[in-house]
Design a protein around this ligand. Structure first.
Ligand SMILES: [Zn+2]
Length: 385
């Protein structure tokens, strides 16, 4: 009986199909999909289940096998192991993923695919969650990076009175996106008197962001990318809030500072992160200057960043002008060919099987709140996780 580790790579050999649309012969459920069952962890030989009839999937009228877990007595099906479980339009996911990473805003995608904009919003949330799990799962066996560049990508949520940073760490030698989190900022820079008044009104009503938000987020970011490593080289600009968290690692980090004002060409030590900034802004409609499609919540911006990170690391070559250029993940020997949308979405990754960093747990549960919004929709589901 198949008792495989829920290892997408080993099992599917990144087959370019969604295996649950056409399950391979002899496929058997590797674990109970119920997160509260004691047989949820894979590879437990004593787990018992039995076949429990079929149902007809409404989207394509295929017959889907059901099962009953003899431990928790919950039923499930082959579909429970798919990224498309409970979806009415599973055919759109792969298209939405590539459209998000190629500069289309939510409503443009909805118009192009002739569906309701709310469908697209929900799909991006869901694909974003899958991408967080996918990124973390794939990193589990990857060697850690020993030359890391990080910086904050400045943008805003809701209005320009609520700026924030996506703090992003990149492997200097392969352009691989290693980790990201966010920090709220206070609006700064040149403002008219009316804008200053408006800022203080808003701050009175909704409070001010933590002035040490960047320092705290960088500490979390370093704890993820440095974890358990020998001496690491870290390259940053001269932002004052980077100093303290870096110094706390003592001689474990060899820190090189490049002034932010230095010309940003290929010879700049921060080239890898500068390239990310340019490419991310170019590829995501919500970050284009003077756009109408800015993010209303930084949670949504993070969903898109997770999708972009998967696309950048696994699906797209490092250099745009060279079609044979390897992806950052190929350069790090994590995979040996470019993946496509169907590969990335080929198998559901269960949140209980992945040890997410603290910031990503918040993103997964949609716990990041936009302070000026009266209602922030979160992710709370009983069965679907
Ligand atoms: Zn069970």
């Amino acid at each position: 009986m198949c008792r495989r580790e829920c290892c997408w790579l080993a099992f599917c050999n990144y087959a370019s199909m969604n295996f649950l649309n056409n399950p391979p012969k002899g496929w058997l459920p590797p674990f109970c999909p119920n997160g509260n069952c004691k047989y949820h962890k894979p590879m437990q030989v004593e787990w018992r289940y039995k076949n429990f009839g079929f149902f007809r999937r409404m989207t394509d009228n295929r017959r889907i096998q059901r099962y009953l877990c003899l431990s928790c007595k919950r039923t499930f099906s082959t579909q429970s192991f798919s990224t498309t479980y409970w979806q009415k339009r599973p055919d759109l996911d792969s298209k939405v993923l590539t459209m998000v990473a190629n500069g289309m805003c939510n409503r443009q995608i909805a118009r192009q695919l002739a569906v309701d904009p709310v469908t697209i919003n929900r799909k991006i949330e869901r694909i974003g969650r899958h991408c967080l799990l996918f990124l973390q799962r794939m990193m589990a066996d990857a060697r850690p990076a020993d030359e890391i560049v990080f910086d904050g990508f400045e943008t805003f949520e809701l209005s320009q009175y609520f700026p924030f940073h996506h703090n992003v760490a990149i492997d200097k030698n392969t352009d691989f996106i290693l980790h990201f989190n966010d920090s709220e900022l206070r609006r700064k820079g040149r403002m008219t008197n009316a804008q200053k008044r408006r800022r203080s009104e808003l701050e009175q009503e909704f409070g001010r962001p933590d002035p040490r938000a960047i320092e705290k987020s960088i500490a979390e970011l370093l704890s993820v990318v440095i974890k358990g490593q020998e001496p690491v080289k870290v390259y940053t600009d001269d932002h004052t809030q980077y100093r303290k968290p870096i110094q706390s690692y003592g001689s474990q980090i060899e820190h090189t500072v490049t002034p932010g004002k230095r010309h940003r060409d290929k010879d700049n030590m921060l080239w890898a992160i500068n390239l990310f900034d340019r490419f991310f802004r170019h590829s995501n409609a919500n970050h284009v200057r003077e756009t109408l499609a800015w993010s209303k919540r930084r949670q949504s911006s993070t969903d898109r960043l997770a999708i972009f990170a998967v696309w950048r690391n696994y699906m797209n070559g490092r250099r745009q002008k060279d079609r044979r250029s390897p992806t950052p993940a190929m350069a790090r020997n994590i995979i040996d060919r470019k993946l496509n949308g169907a590969d990335v979405l080929s198998e559901r990754v269960f949140v209980g099987h992945v040890d997410l960093p603290e910031s990503w747990k918040k993103y997964y549960r949609r716990d990041v709140t936009t302070r000026a919004l009266p209602r922030n929709r979160r992710h709370r589901l009983t069965y679907a996780e």
